[in-house]
Design a protein around this ligand. Sequence first.
Ligand code: PFF
Length: 455
Amino acid sequence: MHQGRESFGGRFAVIMTLAGSAIGLGNLWRFPYLVGEYGGAAFIIVYILMSFLISLPMFMAESVIGRRSRQNAIGAVHSLAPDSGWALLGYLSVITPMIIVSYYSVVGGWSLNFLLKSFAFEFNKIGPEESLGLFGSFISKPWAPIICLAAFLGLSCTVVALGVKKGIEGFSKVSLPLLFVLVVIIAIYACSMPGAKGGVDFLIKPDFSKLTGRGIASALGQSFYSLSLGMGIVITYSSYVSKKENLAVSSLGTAISDLLFACLAGFAIMPAVFAAGIEPNSGPGLIFQSLPYTFSKMGVGAPWASASAAIFFFMTVLVAAMTSAISLVEVGVAYLVEEKGLRRGTASLCVFGGAFTLGVFASLSTGPIQDLKIFGKPFFDFLDLFCSNFLLLLGGMLAVLFVGWKMKKEDVFDEFTNGGTKAFNRKIFPLVYGVIKYVAPLALAIIFFTNFLGE
Ligand code: PFF
């Protein structure tokens, strides 16, 4: 362990920081859409089962790697399996979040811009066509999205530069409770709009006929994505969790917060979409194209109503994206500080430089260079598909294989039960270990092939 290494201060801090990473753009646009697509409550039931039975044990596996070694992702793997081919897991765990943060921050930049537009009352009187046009014209500009990307990424890197306790923990402890308050206010507001019932039905009416095999694989994939697995984040954050903390409790707390937020986001978004008579389509389009029109409808006769709904909503998107981006940045910073001896500030600047450079190309690929295709896709889409369908799954697979097959079972038991002192952890260990060793690798292989065949 490195001298003077920081730790999170207690259970609340641990859950807020881990949940801060988990709760992000994935909860706000991907989850509500999937719920609608695959049979409403039927999908939610399967999602809950997948989260607790498969993704949660995977989360525990990555937590064990992090806290056992108390090092950055590369150092962690190296210290637990020196000079072996497992080093690939360490490298992948640092490279993947570096790539992801570059295009994730492009979307973070869009949310910053839309928040500013909300403050300027720009969504007050727009029609559906204008709503689409507003987003399209913004992302096709060369400079404005890049400036927003720089601001979003700069803010995230600044929080990381401030340190694990002062920066990351301090920011998460304030922003996570704020996110829950905001999303509850929006959900109440959205559900009380005339015409909202369609959206509520869309979310809660179980339709098992729509729950196909692909729907089940999507539920698992989404719970995996949402818990920020397979990309070194859980390893890195858990390395700051004190040896006294109960890993089962912090993992469970994170999974429950993430699930609750995803459901609340569904109730905040879908009723508003239905009330405005908009088709619930997939992708960031739902957030940036459809909802501004919904806000304008809310404000008939009361411009402040539109503006405040839009401000609350884009503030939620921005803060949720930022706590996730911070966790993505921290993985690279922890590596540069501990393995390369850089200071935190310099390391954050390096990560900013690398992610910004890649992010500029991702940002330009939604406009000026959209015709420049890689494997038939614009650069932004290519990065997203490559990371979500390949790198993340490979990282997740290596992590569970590492804990299940490489680490000694006694060591995993010792770390998970705090030296055998936690009775509940001792009880559930055989189940958790069995999932990590056999079920999780199989489940990841299934998602991989479903994605692959679907392309
Ligand atoms: N778990 C976060 C989210 O759902 O938005 C963060 C994240 C996960 C970012 C996976 C990127 C990613 F590929």
